[in-house]
Design a protein around this ligand. Structure first.
Ligand code: MG
Ligand code: FE
Length: 168
């Protein structure tokens, strides 16, 4: 049971790092979305959701992890995780950002699914609805990005053809 608990706490810390990373990537992308008001509004909504998620994870960790500082652990982890996605997010092209965003949301969905299973094994019943709420927000965001991929692509192509900044 101790091993399971260690995995659980490590995965909670990873999720916290993942959300911090997600915030910084969305913040960077939002600054380049002036031609995409619908996408912009949805991302602003998800940023607010993500800020809430970070707080919820922090509370979960504070109640369960008696060890090292959550924030300190998170900083190193965010760097490792971020390397996978930051290149695509940093790209000026909105399409690559949206593809990376969609992929990132799916990773978040998987992370919460794993955490819910682990919480169930540990009978941490108070954590489960909190993790389920985060999972539902990630799933909604992933679905939204997928459902609007056509619209986003068409806006990008139309702007490009109109000679508007193709990278915005
Ligand atoms: Mg999230
Ligand atoms: Fe998300």
């Amino acid at each position: 049971m101790d091993d399971i608990r260690e995995h659980y706490l490590a995965w909670l810390r990873d999720a916290h790092a993942m959300e911090e990373q997600s915030l910084s990537m969305m913040r960077g992308m939002l600054s380049r979305l002036e031609g995409y008001p619908v996408l912009c509004a949805r991302m602003e909504k998800h940023m607010a959701e993500t800020e809430r998620q970070v707080g919820a994870l922090r509370k979960l960790l504070e109640g369960r992890d008696s060890g090292a500082s959550v924030v300190k652990d998170t900083l190193g982890k965010a760097t490792a995780l971020g390397q996978v996605f930051s290149g695509m997010f940093a790209d000026d092209e909105v399409i690559k950002g949206v593809m990376a965003g969609y992929t990132f949301e799916q990773m978040e969905v998987a992370a919460y699914k794993v955490l819910i299973s682990t919480a169930a094994v540990l009978e941490d019943t108070t954590a489960i609805p909190i993790l389920e709420e985060n999972l539902a927000e990630e799933q909604d965001m992933a679905d939204w990005l997928f459902d609007h991929m056509d619209q986003t692509t068409r806006i990008f192509l139309a702007r490009d053809e109109a000679g508007l900044p193709a990278r915005r």
